[in-house]
Ligand binder design. Structure first.
Ligand code: RIB
Ligand code: CA
Length: 312
């Protein structure tokens, strides 16, 4: 079993990452630390609480984190996730209030107190992770691996050269990629192949089970925004692939590359500059996902949803 902290900005695909983490016997979810990204941190925090309430899960610490990137103004993504950050279905009001500890203090304290190393799974901008590392550098050797959804070798979504999570806080991403902590970068090159089609989403949307119907309507909303902006015929579930990899490494093919983060480009700020030929001469600082077993991934997600259908 792997101890993980899930740092996220729910967010439709972050929600599925939470469901997958909570359903797996391989994962011990120590806490959900929220960060500003898809929406403001008040909304991502509240969405995390609503998701746990929907699932009937109690006892998982949920914290509110950074309200904005380290240096830049916050850019949110209402065009994809809506005003609430989880538009598309009515979610129950939270039955739990979360904990008063800030995400950064929770990450630092949990790592400092843990006798075993901990996985950090990050599915939003890396602001919380970077500030935690800067605040308490000694935690670096308490982190088993950072498995993050972000960046791309050859793909983009928020500008022609950048992926949203990295673009929102490129300085934070630079701190993380330069930290020396083992990193798995799960980028758009593979997550954009993990598209849940409208037909697959309909099986949830039309289910007899209320939980599946709610998840189906949420994913339908997310799929519609991806169709509108990218012509993608469904919902690319970016974030849960990090959790799926943490559960079973066989789901991804990865290659060791050096990755730099562009923080000063006129057209390229937020780009993950992946040195696939070793031209820079710099040692690899990340394993980068280059392929995924999409069939295995979709089965894991549908099994995770079934798990909660039985338990609530
Ligand atoms: O680019 C995709 C990422 O941006 C995902 O984490 C999604 O939730 C958004 O945050
Ligand atoms: Ca996210």
């Amino acid at each position: 079993m792997k101890n993980i902290i899930l740092d996220c900005d729910p967010g439709h695909d972050d929600m599925v990452a939470i469901i997958l983490a909570l359903s797996s016997p391989e994962i011990n979810l120590l806490g959900i630390t929220t960060v500003a990204g898809n929406q403001t941190v008040d909304k991502t925090f509240n969405n995390a609480l609503k998701i746990l309430t929907l699932l009937g899960v109690k006892g998982i610490p949920v914290t509110r984190g950074s309200e904005k990137p380290i240096l830049r103004d916050l850019k949110t993504a209402p065009e994809f996730h809506g005003i609430s950050g989880l538009d598309g279905a009515e979610l129950p009001e939270p039955k739990t209030m979360g904990i008063q500890t800030n995400s950064i203090d929770f990450i630092v304290d949990t790592l400092q107190k843990s006798k075993d190393k901990i996985y950090i799974v990050a599915t939003g901008p890396l602001t919380n992770i970077a500030i935690s590392i800067l605040k308490a550098p000694e935690i670096k050797n308490r982190i088993e691996r950072i498995v993050l959804m972000g960046g791309a070798i050859h793909d983009s979504n928020i500008t022609p050269s950048a992926e949203f999570n990295i673009y929102v806080d490129p300085e934070a991403a630079k701190v993380v990629f330069d930290s020396g902590i083992p990193i798995t970068m799960v980028g758009l090159d593979v997550t954009n192949r993990c598209v849940f089609t409208f037909e697959e989403i309909k099986t949830l949307k039309n289910s007899k089970k209320s939980l599946s119907r709610i998840i189906g309507h949420l994913l339908w909303y997310f799929a519609q925004s991806n169709l509108k902006y990218y012509g993608i015929e469904g919902a690319p579930l970016h974030d849960p692939l990090t959790v799926a990899y943490t559960i079973n490494k066989d789901i991804l093919k990865v290659k060791e590359y050096h990755v730099d983060i562009e923080t000063r480009g006129e057209y390229t700020t937020g780009a993950t500059v992946v040195d696939i030929y070793g031209i820079s001469g710099k040692n690899p600082n990340a394993e980068v996902a280059v392929d995924a077993d999409v069939g295995m991934y979709k089965s894991m997600i549908f099994e995770a949803i079934k798990f909660f259908e039985k338990s609530i």
